[in-house]
Design a protein around this ligand. Sequence first.
Ligand code: NAG
Ligand code: NAG
Length: 382
Amino acid sequence: MVLGFRNSRSKERFPLFCQVFLLRAEQELSTNMELLPVFLTLAILAGSSPGMAYVLDMNIDYVKQMMVEYEPVVQNHVSNIKAVPLNSLAVRQFHENVLKAESLAAADPIPGVAEKLGLTELVKLVIKAGLKDTLESAGPFTVFGPTNDAFSNLPEWVKEQISNVTVLGAVLKFHVLPGKVDSKSLSNELQVATVEGTQLRINLYTKDTKTVATAQCAPIDLSRVDQAASNGVLHVLDAVMIPPAGNIVSTLAAVPTFRTLVKAVQVAGLVETLSGSGPFTLFAPTDSAFAKLPPGLLEKLLQNPPELAKVLKYHVVSGTFCSAGLSSGNVKTVDGREISIKVSADGVVVNESKVVYADGSVTNGVVHVIDTVLLPPDYILP
Ligand SMILES: *[C@@H]1O[C@H](CO)[C@@H](O)[C@H](O)[C@H]1NC(C)=O
Ligand SMILES: *[C@@H]1O[C@H](CO)[C@@H](O)[C@H](O)[C@H]1NC(C)=O
């Protein structure tokens, strides 16, 4: 009879306390039937609440039948119980796990949790993309859920693009991870696979003594992470993530406003490095930025690959520095020299160059676009 406690579910999910119990049940009940009342008491607990049954992993119908059969034994045993102090670690652990299991059993699936958190635009778009059924299925899933403001802050052309349900579906799936990833397991530069197929990158920063966390540079609302759903967990996001199209080089090569930079990267022999796993932060000068250089300088640099490489490396920082994690101060570049970063309400300025577009999404770091090439003042070729 007691072997009925065992079923197909994995014992590893049990709190340590229950694992010990089950282990002892297996070893001892065959020889020591005196332990039976203890297990029956556990069975009463399991029958008393769905959350407890969940923790003990017991089949309620079976428990009820067992209790009818063994009622005299149970009553005798219950009247003899000496209560353990409530502050005992095991009792507390037991209690906490029951509460957790009960709140989990009571929780909605992810779309319901999103709705309750006020992420109504996300829910609307999930329905439009035909993903509601999936996100209500067993999962489990982890969803980075953008706020309504995050969606309304999107530029008009992005809104237009995601009016196409195929594109919308891909963008939304980029916000979903298979499996349950709680905020405790997020770490700096962690890359996680999304349901869309592309990995996203997590970054953690300390800014003014506070922790800032981002997912593909979109700020995570740390006051609203780990929102429990019956089929996973939701973390609120303050921006919409756009799946990266490729690495730094392949992405910039596809954008017509970075022709000079891409050519310079090729001439300087940096294609392999900047296409590699990195991660890197690139301050990327546009074609107009290169056009502002003193006459003839770019041509001379293109004829001097080692010097050109030094100039380009002065635009690269090792690691992913999303704008949400940037604070004012000096940062060492891959070239070895430092650049100064100034963050203000007006935006980000790197030495004398203004960041005109921040947080460009790539697979191996991040790209911030700047309006002026970074060169020492009165630069002359050595
Ligand atoms: C939607 O986007 C997909 C993928 O880019 C494209 O194949 C399809 O033609 C688009 N549909 C419409 C109606 O524009
Ligand atoms: C950029 O800022 C750094 C750090 O303040 C400084 O050492 C460097 O000379 C500046 N470079 C240019 C080109 O102004």
